[in-house]
Design a protein around this ligand. Structure first.
Ligand code: HEC
Length: 198
């Protein structure tokens, strides 16, 4: 674009000065000069704002999804416990696909989200806000009480992505775990907290 403009400017100066022909097909009254320039310029445009943002609260997590936005190469999530979250007030999670699971969240808290679409030209305007409450159950508490001593902190546990069935099997089969006595709801909450990838 820049070079073309420079070319045309030079040409328009050169014609009256030297009596040259050949600018824009030889006519000095040609007012379609800009047409081929626009036609060959690649279109750089920020993506459309994401639509259909939905969020579901779970045990110590929230699961988000939204529709793919026209022109997007990735997405940014902004979240806050204060309503009417903006790209300024929200905490940013960059480079997401069209879904995301946020982990390690507090129980029974409402989280608010907006999503923007990103490409090399920039960031879209934000989506409509979506909100969800996490479950009342806090799996991190029984995990810390009963499991962390041997398997490490929840965030870096050596037994992540463990189902209830797998926990029960370990309690039967691992002698170190024979003495554990847990209720069904404690096992369910611990498993939910450990399900990092589900
Ligand atoms: C006193 C120590 C101790 C405690 C407490 C403990 N574990 Fe374990 N656990 C072990 C040992 C030792 C193993 C066998 C080696 C391993 O896989 O780390 C094991 C194995 C496991 C396994 C099987 C891993 C596999 O690869 O098959 C699971 C699942 C598990 N534990 C979950 C838990 C959960 C959930 C809790 C809390 C409710 C817990 N454990 C509490 C010591 C413990």
């Amino acid at each position: 674009m820049k070079n073309w403009n420079a070319f045309w400017s030079l040409c328009m100066i050169a014609v009256p000065l030297a009596g040259l022909f050949g600018c824009g097909g030889g006519s000095t009254t040609n007012n379609s000069d800009t047409t081929p320039i626009d036609a060959v310029s690649p279109v750089h445009k920020v993506p459309d704002a994401p639509t259909g943002v939905s969020v579901v609260g779970g045990t110590n997590k929230a699961t988000l999804s939204w529709n793919a936005a026209n022109g997007a190469t990735s997405y940014n999530i902004y979240w806050s416990t204060a309503p009417e979250v903006t790209t300024t007030t929200g905490t940013r999670i960059a480079s997401a696909g069209t879904s995301y699971i946020q982990r390690g969240m507090l129980p029974a808290v409402t989280y608010h989200y907006i999503v923007t679409a990103q490409n090399s030209s920039g960031e879209s305007s934000p989506s409509v806000q979506a909100s969800a409450v996490t479950a009342l159950t806090d799996g991190s508490i029984p995990y810390t009480t009963f499991c962390a001593g041997c398997h490490g902190k929840l965030a870096t546990s050596s037994v992540t992505d463990t189902s209830e069935t797998e926990i029960r099997a370990a309690m039967r089969n691992m002698s170190a775990m024979y003495s554990l006595s847990l209720t069904d709801s404690q096992i369910a909450a611990i498993s939910a907290a450990l399900m990092y990838n589900n």
